[in-house]
Design a protein around this ligand. Structure first.
Ligand code: FAE
Length: 531
């Protein structure tokens, strides 16, 4: 067994992290769906919502077929690694692009994007809409493959405000702890953090934030902090300390393929079909007819398949699920879907910004953030700002932040019959409330620290990274487009189970909330609809 397959074998049993062979997952992927198949349960997408549903249904004795448009990410490239680094992006990095589309697109005002070839099914998609780009993971494991792994608990009163029909007390006593255990959420050793070379950047940002009177907080993560400690001690191959994250981590990260999906596959009841994209779902005599296109990694169509399923769970993410459902409704395939389908989309108030500090931030930076500035209690502009790395492997003095704000603006997905695509009504000006709130924090920090905003990272003379999103949420809000557990109105057997259920904002990085909400919903659905 190679190191990678060993690491890939981290699995969960009854909530606790255990180790097991990755062969389980590999076997699940070998049993891909065939044209004409009839399956009891089909799940579209293998991110957080889909993986939770798959595990709990498999554990309840159900046979589950999971369909994923991205790759399985189990085969090493010519460099012996599954994923490429951020400093040396190649065809594994982006979803069908000739050039990288980095969130931090410039350095010293010069466009830092690089050519990549051939165009292929890379792990990170930056999907373009009229006024924003939405970053999403593509592959078995969805966003867990590319994200920073930050897993903070939402503030309970804000959670209750966003999802009033959900009993927050039970969420915080039962489903959040269940999700944390199953995801392998852990905390950085605070003593180690204080002297860790790789977190010099976080300590520098903490110092300036605290000088300006802002509180900072450690943020839990799914990356194995003990592994990171050993990376720094040069005992194990480096990942977070080798510029790996948004194009995948080769080691250390407990992505879904190593947790929920490995455990689901271990039941023997899960099949996963990678590089299969669902294009339509329509009612049929024995449930729903699902059209699927199978492609190779270069995008060539290998097969068009039609299968039937008694139950279909949409877990294609906020964008993927919304796109499918608004298209099916507009084309008259699922006409009885609620009018709320496609509405209420938000960007979790995301905006990025950087300061040119005086403090050294370190040549060695962990790509995995572990600290945030918490100014959420500011009624005039709540902000939770992740202290982000900027790992260029040289000292660059950049203090980078991803601010999450309480932006009230919402957009709608609509099917455009002339292009055959789905549009999103988000406008550039909608990000202004996020900038205004973030300025309250970073103007104060700059003023106290005698520093300035960097204007060279998001374009030429551009301060705010305000035209892209890491945290798409909503489009199929719980209690509006669905009932209070994700059942789609108008169609028995159709469910939604992903970030599209959360209407636009959750106040912190969303992976834990998406996972816990899915745990809550699938438990109820199994108890009532599959009894
Ligand atoms: P998601 O994980 O996106 O999974 C949906 C899956 O469905 C994907 O694998 C798609 O490829 C697949 N799919 C879509 N359409 C189809 C189709 N038609 N047919 C078949 N498959 C399809 O959905 N969140 C945090 O909480 N902490 C972080 O530190 C963090 N960092 C991030 C960094 C980056 C660069 C990015 C892009 C995101 C980050 N996020 C973070 C956001 C987080 O990953 C995201 O909210 C969740 O992954 C969303 O989970 P879902 O289950 O909704």
């Amino acid at each position: 067994m190679t190191r990678r397959t060993f690491l890939a074998g981290t699995a969960i049993a009854g909530g606790a992290i255990a180790l097991g062979p990755a062969l389980w997952t590999a076997k699940a992927m070998a049993a891909e769906i065939g044209d004409g198949d009839h399956v009891p349960i089909l799940i579209i997408g293998s991110g957080y919502g889909g993986s939770v549903a798959a595990l709990r249904l498999c554990q309840a004795g159900k046979q589950v077929a999971m369909i994923e448009m991205g790759q399985s990410w189990t085969t090493a490239g010519s460099d012996g690694k599954i994923f490429c680094t951020m400093l040396k992006p190649d065809q594994r990095s982006y979803w069908f692009r000739n050039k990288t589309d980095q969130p931090v697109s410039h350095f010293l005002g010069v466009n830092a994007n690089k050519s990549i070839s051939p165009r292929s099914a890379g792990v990170l998609d930056s999907e373009e809409f009229a006024a924003t780009r939405i970053y999403q993971g593509r592959g078995v494991g969805g966003g867990s493959l590319v994200n920073g792994g930050m897993a903070p608990l939402p503030k309970q009163d804000y959670f209750q405000q966003v999802l009033p029909s959900v009993d927050a007390t039970t969420m915080y006593s039962t489903y959040f702890p269940r999700a944390q255990a199953a995801l392998g959420v852990n905390n950085v050793d605070e003593g180690w953090f204080e002297s860790a070379k790789c977190y010099k950047y976080a300590r520098a940002s903490r110092r300036t934030a605290e000088k300006a009177g802002f509180a900072t907080t450690f943020v839990p993560n799914v990356y194995d902090f003990d592994y990171m400690r050993r990376e720094q001690a040069e005992e194990v191959p480096r990942s977070a300390l080798n510029g790996e994250v948004i194009y995948g981590n080769n080691y250390g990260k407990r992505s879904l393929d190593k947790t929920y999906l490995a455990a689901a596959a271990a039941t023997g009841r899960l099949s996963i079909s990678p590089l299969h994209e669902v294009t339509s779902v329509t009612p049929a005599a024995n449930g729903y007819s699902v059209a699927i296109t199978q492609s190779d990694a270069l995008g060539n169509t290998l097969a068009n398949k039609t299968v039937t399923a008694e139950t279909v769970i949409f877990a294609a993410g906020s964008v993927g699920t919304s796109k499918l459902l608004v298209t099916m409704k507009a084309q008259g395939e699922l006409p009885n879907l609620a009018d709320a389908v496609g509405t209420g989309w938000g960007n979790n108030g995301n905006v990025m910004v950087a300061r040119a500090g005086w403090d050294l931030t370190g040549a060695l930076q962990s790509t995995i953030p572990c600290m945030g500035i918490d100014n959420w209690a500011d009624a005039e502009g709540p902000v939770f700002a992740e202290i982000a790395p900027f790992p260029t492997s040289t000292e660059n003095g950049v203090n980078l932040y991803l601010a999450i704000t309480d932006n009230p603006n919402r957009a709608q997905f609509t099917y455009n019959s002339s292009t055959g695509k789905v549009d999103l009504s988000w406008q550039s000006s909608y990000t202004q409330p996020s900038i205004t709130a973030a300025k309250r924090v970073f103007d104060a920090i700059n003023s106290k620290a005698g520093t300035i905003y960097r204007t060279d990272l998001f374009g030429v003379y551009k301060i705010w990274g305000d035209d892209f999103v890491y945290h798409p949420l909503g489009g199929c809000a719980l209690g509006q487009a669905t009932d209070d557990y994700g059942r789609l109105h108008g169609y028995a057997g159709l469910y939604v189970m992903d970030g599209s259920l959360i209407p636009g904002n959750i106040g912190v990085n969303p992976l834990l909330a998406i996972t816990a909400l899915a745990e809550r919903n699938i438990e109820q659905i199994i108890a009532t609809d599959f009894a």
